[in-house]
Design a protein around this ligand. Structure first.
Ligand code: PNS
Length: 160
């Protein structure tokens, strides 16, 4: 039986830290669904469709296998998506104690709701300080974000 995992996030925009976690998840699971989730608690920087397109380009450019696919989800529980596609695990990257505090209640809730386990992966230290929110801030203030994001994202942010 094939083991399917979902890597969810806002990916607003996708960073090299995300690509690292997605690639590592592909070493552990047979199929990886990268899921761009509409988070009603956040005002989006990029539209959902653009986040999906940038993830697809970045995953292709990183040479990840076809068992890694990109999807989006804007209505309902994340675990409903997992149940629909037969995924038994969520994969999240954990950079710090702040991430642990943010992720722990959601992991417990998702297991309680649908028996979906959450697997936490530690980041490559090279990406431990990288977040979408810092990328947005640096880009918005005219800084160079190319060391932190895939080429498709830096090109999009620079030229549209
Ligand atoms: O990249 P982000 O913004 O940290 O991703 C957060 C995300 C999308 C993973 C989180 O908001 C989430 O899990 N949303 C799903 C909503 C849901 O199912 N909530 C109920 C159980 S926790």
């Amino acid at each position: 039986m094939s083991r399917i995992a979902v890597v969810p996030g806002s990916f607003d925009p996708v960073t090299l830290g995300h690509i690292d976690v997605i690639e590592r998840a592909s070493h552990v699971f047979d199929e990886v669904h990268v899921l761009v989730v509409h988070n009603p608690d956040k005002t989006a920087f990029l539209p959902l469709v653009q986040r999906v397109a940038l993830l697809e380009a970045s995953i292709r450019d990183a040479g990840l296998p076809a068992r890694v696919s990109v999807h989006s989800w804007s209505v309902g529980l994340l675990v409903d998506y997992c149940t629909d596609v037969g995924a038994t695990a969520l994969v999240k990257g954990i950079r710090s104690q702040v991430d642990v505090a943010y992720e722990t209640p959601m992991a417990i809730m998702n297991r309680s709701l649908a028996g979906v386990e959450t697997v936490f992966l530690l980041p490559d230290p090279a990406h431990a300080h990288v977040s979408s929110s810092l990328v947005r801030q640096v880009a918005g203030l005219g800084g160079d974000v190319s060391p932190y994001v895939p080429a498709a994202v830096s090109e999009y942010l620079e030229h549209g």
